[in-house]
Design a protein around this ligand. Structure first.
Ligand SMILES: NC(=O)c1ccc[n+]([C@@H]2O[C@H](COP(=O)([O-])OP(=O)(O)OC[C@H]3O[C@@H](n4cnc5c(N)ncnc54)[C@H](O)[C@@H]3O)[C@@H](O)[C@H]2O)c1
Ligand SMILES: [Zn+2]
Length: 682
């Protein structure tokens, strides 16, 4: 496309989106689905990013979709009433947190709540009374619908504060009323949201009062507001607003992994809960808890930088399935992969999508040539959702080959997967080696995929142990292998030998034997080659299943592998190369905090991030949890500690200040000194 055509396409998108905005916001009768709308908006956004000089000032990407109607007086908002930035996956949420981290040092709390699919309303309270209720409008100006809003019972007409308070929230119609009320409408509405929007703009308040509209409050903006969103929500509750209780709060001091698994859990819980709620939600809203941080981050013309909406449904794209290839993995598993005609979806070009296994292909009734709908639902990984249009003279549903596409060996079906039966299949060899050297395993970065492929194709390496016996210096004359690279490989190989047996065992990639099983073996003193061989010889399955976390099939795998001659001789070679094949459980840390459960709150001068304090407690035998409960024995309270401190006081938990904590640690330092050793505390 030349620029003229691109400009034309952008103009076309803008006029389609503007019409859709009017139908959606003002008439409450959209003709596009939200997915279609979002896809078009994404498309326009991408074009504007690529051709910024063609972007129009009045583009719908730059402003809030307007719901201004001519029947009501227009009022200027005293704050910008914005839209929200969108996330379609937890990775998008992660990227948002990363952006905040770039400017904000130290830990911060994130909250999440349901994104009510209703009508945005801004309430202005002055001298303790509801003085104006204004729609979002175009973000700067809205319609004054005060009389109508006053008919909604969840909107208090007065609040116990004199200064100006702006309350934001969502008007919605509970789902249980929708059908019955909709039946009485001249032209029925498609959903409760549209009905609520239509009713709220009725001229006669008595007509509005006849419909049981509800209101959830979610922000309050006023000069003396507390610095925490959670505290503000509690104030709103005290003022008799209806505040949604499905709420999540977590702190970055948890560490990234824990924070994200908590976020994922909340998303999962809400995705399930969604269908049982009496109001519709179209996503979740993640926000920063700290109001002062929010102010520092500010907003764009379109959305605040301190919040992001996670949407349950991702936009879809439609494209053609060109063919289905089969990949063979390290365990021999055959995975069908769809090759698509490249298509853009939420900002990335998609041309390959996994199809998992034959059952999956069967369920979709896929065959090459089909036109398919793909989405990135709740995940970054795109998936084929459905066949939109069958191929002409459609071939039968695609099926798995009978032989391995790499080595030609017979294919076996186990459960819902197919496997190449040949352990020496080049694809399996390469897969095992790539897994072995990968960052989470032996972490030998110089041995990248290409190098592994080369070494296997040249016949230099076949088994994992070969990595430790091959003379890499002979590669010097070969392309791509300089002296530097070779010495890096040798160093990586040498370093890896120092890793404990547990790491080696996981890296060998035995099916089912992952980190948790291996940890259980270590903890039970069974990460020992002789022990494992003995158990395998005696087929002592109960010895293994007695361990928590080891089931029968895992136990059988272990027995199978530790009686396999070939595997054992591999291990022997690795041992001769320098690996240790036994590992003792880590001694339980004993120390001044043994038997204690600590919780940490507030901010500190010496422990930034807070995880530093957490580590010190754990290193000295204590446990750290994120909430104060009956089990908590100590609360480490830094500056501006909030609700946790109050709760700890209530429960009579010992409260420790930063200075007291340091002197507790000092006492260990001193007593250790007497033992002639001085551990690093800070
Ligand atoms: N089908 C169509 O033709 C059409 C047209 C226009 C817009 N739309 C839909 O509307 C969406 C964009 O609309 P938008 O900009 O009005 O809204 P948005 O999706 O950008 O979300 C912002 C709004 O979320 C609301 N909200 C609900 N719960 C909230 C909470 N707990 N915290 C904070 N805010 C909360 C607020 O009213 C806020 O104004 C699009 O993604 C599209 O799906 C559809
Ligand atoms: Zn094969």
């Amino acid at each position: 496309m030349d620029e003229k055509e691109i400009k034309k396409e952008m103009d076309r998108l803008i006029s389609v989106l503007e019409k859709a905005n009017y139908q959606y916001y003002v008439l409450g009768r959209p003709e596009l689905t939200d997915n279609e709308y979002d896809s078009l908006l994404e498309k326009l956004k991408r074009l504007e990013e690529k051709y910024p000089h063609l972007a129009r000032e009045d583009s719908p990407t730059k402003r809030v979709g307007s719901d201004l109607a001519s029947d009501f007086p227009e009022v200027e908002h005293s704050i910008p009433v914005l839209s929200l930035d969108k996330a379609y996956s937890t990775l998008d949420v992660r990227a948002w947190i990363d952006r905040i981290r770039k400017t904000e040092t130290g830990d911060f709390a994130i909250t999440a709540e349901e994104k009510i699919d209703g009508i945005s309303l801004v309430l202005y309270y002055r001298n303790g009374l509801l003085s104006q209720a204004v729609t979002r409008g175009n973000g700067r100006k809205g319609n004054d619908i005060t009389a109508n809003a006053k008919t909604i019972r969840q909107i208090p007409l007065s609040i116990p504060v004199q200064e100006e308070v702006i309350v934001r929230g969502e008007v919605y119609l509970p789902v249980r009323f929708f059908d019955e009320i909709n039946k009485k409408m001249e032209v029925p509405y498609a959903n409760p949201r549209n009905l609520a929007g239509g009713v709220l703009r009725r001229i006669k308040s008595s007509e509005v009062a006849a419909v049981p509209l509800h209101f959830f409050a979610y922000e309050a903006i006023f000069d003396s507001a507390p610095d925490s969103y959670s505290d503000i929500l509690n104030l709103l509750r005290e003022w008799k607003f209806s505040v949604n209780d499905n709420f999540f709060r977590a702190d970055t001091s948890l560490g990234y992994d824990k924070l994200f698994s908590a976020i994922e859990e909340f998303i999962k819980k809400e995705t399930e809960r969604r269908d049982y709620l009496d109001y519709q939600i179209d996503g979740l809203v993640f926000k920063l808890d700290s109001i002062s941080m929010r102010e520092r981050l500010g907003h764009t013309e379109h959305h605040p930088r301190w919040a992001i909406a996670y949407k349950f449904e991702a936009p879809q794209a439609v494209t053609e399935l060109l063919r289905i290839d089969v990949q063979v993995g390290r365990t021999g598993r055959l995975t069908p992969v769809a090759r698509l005609k490249p298509v853009e979806l939420s900002g990335s070009v998609i041309s390959n999508v996994t199809l998992h296994n034959q059952d999956y292909v069967q369920a979709l009734e896929l065959s090459p040539g089909d036109i398919v709908g793909i989405s990135k639902r709740g995940d970054v990984i795109p998936a084929i959702e459905k066949v939109v249009e069958k191929a002409e003279n459609s071939p039968p549903v695609w099926s798995m080959p009978q032989t391995c596409p790499v080595c030609g060996s017979q294919v076996e079906k186990k459960g819902s997967h197919h496997f190449c039966s040949n352990f020496d299949c080049p694809a399996q060899i390469k897969g095992r080696l790539k897994f072995f050297v990968s960052p989470r395993q032996m972490d030998i970065a110089v041995l990248g995929n290409e190098t592994i492929e080369y070494l296997v194709d040249k016949g230099h390496i076949k088994n994992i142990s070969d990595l430790y016996y091959f003379d890499y210096t002979v590669l010097i004359s070969e392309q791509g292998f300089g002296e530097k690279k070779i010495s890096q490989i040798i160093k990586g190989i040498e370093d890896s030998k120092k890793l404990p047996f547990s790491r080696l065992l996981i890296a060998l990639g035995i099916p089912d034997i992952g980190p948790s099983v291996v940890k259980a073996l270590v903890d039970n003193n069974l990460a020992d080659i002789d022990e494992l061989k003995k158990i395998a010889e005696e087929r002592d399955i109960t010895r293994l299943t007695a361990i928590e976390g080891v089931g029968e099939s895992t136990a059988n795998q272990l027995i199978k592998w530790f009686s396999d001659e070939r595997f054992l001789s591999e291990l022997e070679s690795l041992q001769k190369a320098g690996f240790s094949l036994r590992e003792k459980p880590e001694e339980k840390k004993d120390g001044i905090f043994s038997g204690q459960t600590w919780c940490i709150t507030g901010s500190f001068n010496n422990f930034n991030p807070r995880s530093k304090a957490q580590k010190l407690i754990e290193d000295n035998g204590g446990k750290v949890t994120s909430t104060v409960s009956g089990k908590t024995t100590h609360l480490l309270a830094g500056e501006s500690a909030g609700s946790k401190l109050a709760k700890a006081r209530e429960l009579g938990i010992k409260i420790v200040t930063e200075d007291e904590f340091i002197s507790m640690l000092d006492s260990v330092k001193n007593s250790d000194k007497n033992k002639n050793q001085q551990p690093e505390l800070f």
